[in-house]
Design a protein around this ligand. Structure first.
Ligand SMILES: Nc1ncnc2c1ncn2[C@@H]1O[C@H](COP(=O)(O)OP(=O)(O)OP(=O)(O)O)[C@@H](O)[C@H]1O
Ligand SMILES: [Mg+2]
Length: 501
């Protein structure tokens, strides 16, 4: 009859023993056959075993066949269903087709007919698995495979990018801190036909403004004091590849003009040079500030804005893509369990709590929380209390975490806490430094802002070895300094803080 032996599993659900025996006998050479005699056991069995095919009598004790079908449909169980009905019940048979049954047979049925139906199903299943194998081989549907996002917001991004990926079009990524701007920028490059050429990035918010120009365009030897040799800029290095300009809103007005010119003319001169360098660099930019607002305020060039905003990609805050949070949780559990050789998991309450949290620091914060939970947990299963305490800890350490890029703090000796996790003291020190900087190293004001006495403040400065030496500029900035005349100013931020190790 042409049916080859297959690896597929069939479940026969019928209350009549005669039929179960008959079908088992008939099908056992071609399939793995399993039987149940009640409707209310079908779903459990399907979920447990994962049969590919179900032969379902509609009249069953416990739960009717139609209800079983409904549940299969609702629970999105992937199984091809062949329905068997009594001869007077064709209406129901049609209803069951609407509920997603593959085919139906009327009792008493001809076994040859059943075999034809099954053969069709087997062909369909084989075709499906072949297609998915092919798709995998071709890499289709896997373009953004390392990027998580089944939420509508992310799906929209994928379909936008899919359309423009192989063009030279600029892409502007807008999103709050930690929403994944950089990972999207990289995906644009590594999924495009530029992927064999370099990807480079410049974060315009961390590089000193007067250095951004030479980072971008390079310079000739002697172009300015300190330019002791020729430097090739990232625009040139990433020619034929992609240059990612992060926090583009921080670019000075004159560099905005130069960038615009390069985008229009595809050529430029290195700083201090007169050779025209031709480039074909794709530009991807990102900003967590609203550039339109900046255009309105005249701090960002309108013409440049339109040049950059050809393909806008808006990354929603994590709290607006709830569907993705469970995926992120599992993704980061996998990642850090792997990294740390652990097998930590979260219990249900902990998961629910994380799923409903507001995530002001977005994906980056979620990633940090999972990492911390794995590092800190002594048990395999993390509970709600562990989660809330890490989140509290997180909130205290917000400021400290921002400084994390400066490298992990030294782990306190004898501590069981692995490196990468900040101690309360570490965070206090960093918070202190940050606040001091904010108040221009004015000790009185800083102490008042932190709601501690000056004495306590001085003790802490001593404890953390923070030395402040005052410069003339600071004196000026501080204006009529609040510092008492008797105080001997130690000052000037001797790189306010990190003890020289
Ligand atoms: N959709 C995603 N799938 C997988 N990982 C993600 C996703 N979005 C963000 N991440 C991870 O979250 C972290 C933060 O992402 P990324 O650095 O790209 O964000 P960002 O918007 O550039 O943040 P910031 O504004 O702080 O620079 C990274 O470790 C990144 O790998
Ligand atoms: Mg970033």
């Amino acid at each position: 009859m042409g049916l080859m032996e297959s690896n597929f599993r069939i479940l026969v659900a019928d209350d009549e023993k005669g039929i179960r025996d008959l079908l088992s006998d008939l099908l056992k050479d071609y399939f793995d056959v399993d039987t149940v005699d009640r409707g209310d056991t079908v779903l459990d069995r399907l979920k447990k075993v994962g049969h590919e095919i179900l032969i379902l009598d509609l009249r069953l004790p416990g739960m009717s066949g139609l209800d079983v079908l409904k549940r299969i449909f609702e629970d999105k169980i992937k199984v091809a269903v062949v329905v068997i009905t009594a001869s007077n019940d064709v209406e129901t048979a049609i209803t069951s087709m609407k509920l997603g049954a593959y085919d139906y047979l009327v009792k008493p049925f001809d076994t040859d007919k059943l075999m034809v139906v099954l053969k069709n199903i087997v062909e369909k299943l084989e075709l499906e698995s072949e297609l998915s194998r092919l798709r995998e081989q071709l890499g289709e549907g896997f373009r953004f495979r390392n990027i998580i996002g089944k939420s509508p917001g992310m799906q929209k991004i994928f379909s936008t990018l899919e359309k423009v990926i192989d063009t030279d079009s600029t892409v502007l990524i807008i999103g709050e801190s930690g929403t994944g701007k950089e990972i999207i920028a990289k995906a644009v490059h590594y999924n495009s036909n530029r992927k064999q050429y370099p990807f480079r990035s410049i974060d315009c918010s961390t590089i000193p403004r007067d250095l951004i120009g030479s980072e971008l365009f390079g310079h000739e030897k002697g172009a300015f004091t300190g330019a002791i040799s020729r430097k090739i800029g990232k625009f040139e290095i990433a020619s034929r590849g992609t240059l990612f300009l992060d926090e583009i809103g921080n670019l000075s007005i004159d560099l905005q003009a130069k960038l615009l010119r390069v985008l229009q003319e595809k050529e430029f001169e290195r700083i201090g040079g007169n050779e025209l360098i031709k480039v074909n660099t794709r530009i991807v930019t990102a900003s967590n500030r609203d550039l339109r607002e900046m255009v309105r305020e005249n701090s960002f060039r309108e013409d440049l804005y339109y040049r950059l905003n050809v393909v806008p990609v808006y990354l929603p805050p994590l709290k607006d893509r709830h569907e993705d949070i469970p995926l992120f949780i599992d993704h980061f559990l996998d990642k850090y369990n792997g990294e740390f050789g652990r097998e930590v998991n979260l219990d249900l309450k902990a998961r629910l709590y994380l799923s409903n949290y507001s995530w002001p620091g977005n994906v980056r914060q979620l990633e940090n929380v999972i990492k911390r939970l794995i590092l800190l947990s002594t048990q395999r299963v993390v509970s709600l209390e562990d989660v809330t305490s890490v989140l509290e800890f997180e909130e205290i350490g917000m400021a400290a975490r921002r400084a994390e890029t400066a490298g992990p703090p030294p782990a306190p000796s004898g501590s069981l806490i692995s490196e990468g996790v900040k101690t309360i003291e570490e965070m206090e020190r960093e918070h202190l430094e940050k606040t001091l900087k904010h108040f221009n190293y004015n000790i009185s004001i800083t102490a008042r802002a932190l709601d501690i006495s000056r004495k306590t403040m001085h003790n802490k400065l001593k404890k953390y070895n923070i030395v402040i030496r005052r410069t003339a500029a600071m004196e000026e900035n501080a204006g009529a300094a609040v510092e008492g005349a008797g105080h001997q100013p130690d000052h000037r931020p001797q790189q306010a803080g990190r003890h020289s190790t």
